[in-house]
Design a protein around this ligand. Sequence first.
Ligand SMILES: Cc1cc2nc3c(=O)[nH]c(=O)nc-3n(C[C@H](O)[C@H](O)[C@H](O)COP(=O)(O)O)c2cc1C
Length: 158
Amino acid sequence: MPIEKSELRRVMGHFATGVTVITTFRKSGELHGLTANAFSSVSLVPPLILICIDKKAESYPCFEESRVFTVNILASGQEDLSRRFAVSGGAKFEGVSYRPGANGAPILSGALAYLECNLAGSMDAGDHTIYLGEIEQAEANDVAPLLFFRGGYRAIGD
Ligand SMILES: Cc1cc2nc3c(=O)[nH]c(=O)nc-3n(C[C@H](O)[C@H](O)[C@H](O)COP(=O)(O)O)c2cc1C
């Protein structure tokens, strides 16, 4: 019998992760972003990462439309940004400090790191789609990460 959704969420919550905000945009230019921790390094040559996006997310159509996205890895102290981008819809970027990246997707000020990606492939995966991103540009800052573990935000040492 397959594991129940809530139990799977509880068990997977024991895998400590960082927290990202993935930014992208609609064909119309409207900016979108969502909090995500289903993010992984895939290949060094060529440089590939993957993300998993819920088909029910408002930002879901953006990925095929813009064919670019940016993974913003959040720093410790950016919990408010994580919470803001984990709510569907609305004017998520209002009052948020960011600059447009080379690919047009927002780079959030104060992020620990960012990776600008071109959509390099996708795979249907149940209620999510796995998107492969080829990294065009990436940068990291020497600050502490925001962590997510057992359903809560943490900092190193907690
Ligand atoms: C810590 C955390 C991690 C999340 N990881 C993902 C993820 O990897 N993929 C995803 O599609 N949604 C993830 N979500 C849920 C989305 O952030 C949430 O559904 C959001 O409202 C989607 O925004 P949108 O509907 O405006 O696109 C996560 C939420 C939190 C709080």
